[in-house]
Design a protein around this ligand. Structure first.
Ligand code: PGA
Length: 243
């Protein structure tokens, strides 16, 4: 099942996405949420913070697993995804710190850290609702275009396109890490529900390639066509090329 919701603008997209996350938390207060970073989810997180502060949404039993993290950045680095999650969500809601999981980007042995991350997801019983964005190149998490769909959490070399896209957040392009750890497709495909959020015209071609084209690791998000319960919440311009 793919259910598509087209919002007028970023505010509407963020609100609808937050409603879907809030429904999950309301129906299953100890749910496991898979969470993304990036520009797209910021408004959704703001809405969730607002409802939590108003006493309408309780995160005290919620667990979270983030999709990815840069290799080599300390959690206190202001471009690390742990830092992003603390400042954009976790520090502002009543979630228990020990319930939040982000791959250990600064681990001495990144491959061992990837393995530990899969163990954490497995021990949590898998993900109930996985929220994802999409890259301009069709990546999901940091699963970049390639010749296969890696199943497990793994270290990836970021593509030049991704480094370019993310360099806007760093002082210079040279400071963008060249490697990241990302969940593979298994936990994403095994999540009970997946919510893809998409904003802006510059994602329209990626959305078309992922959902109106063949399923191929060249467009990693295309594997979501096979997910049994996928919600796509996007702005009108991001969805404009969907057939
Ligand atoms: P963005 O990133 O939300 O910053 O556009 C999404 C992604 O690259 O997956």
């Amino acid at each position: 099942m793919i259910k598509i919701y087209c919002a007028d603008d970023y505010k509407g997209m963020s609100r609808k996405a937050a409603e879907i996350v809030a429904s999950e938390v309301t129906l299953k207060p100890d749910c496991v949420l898979g969470l993304p970073t990036g520009s797209t989810p910021v408004g959704m997180y703001q809405q969730l913070i607002e409802w939590n502060k108003a006493g309408d949404l309780d995160f005290s039993e919620v667990k979270t697993c983030n999709l990815d993290e840069y290799v080599g950045l300390d959690p206190t680095h202001d471009q690390s995804y742990r830092y992003f999650m603390q400042s954009n969500l976790f520090d502002h809601i009543n979630i228990k710190p020990e319930h939040t999981h982000v791959p250990e980007g600064n681990a001495a042995d990144p491959d061992a850290a990837c393995k530990r991350y899969d163990d954490i997801i497995r021990d949590l019983g898998g993900i109930d609702l996985q929220v994802v964005g999409i890259g301009r190149n069709g990546h999901v998490g940091f699963n970049e275009p390639s010749t296969s769909f890696p199943a497990d959490t793994h270290v990836v070399d970021l593509t030049e396109d991704t480094i370019d896209a993310n360099s806007r957040l760093f002082a210079s392009r040279d400071e963008v890490p060249k490697r990241a750890m990302t969940m593979g497709v298994r936990p994403i495909m095994q999540a009970k529900r997946v919510l893809m959020i998409v904003n802006g015209e510059n994602k329209a071609a990626a959305v078309k390639a992922a959902f109106s084209g063949p399923i191929t690791p060249e467009v990693p998000a295309s594997i979501l066509q096979l997910h049994p319960c996928l919600y796509i919440v996007g702005t009108k311009d991001a969805m404009a090329q969907l057939g």
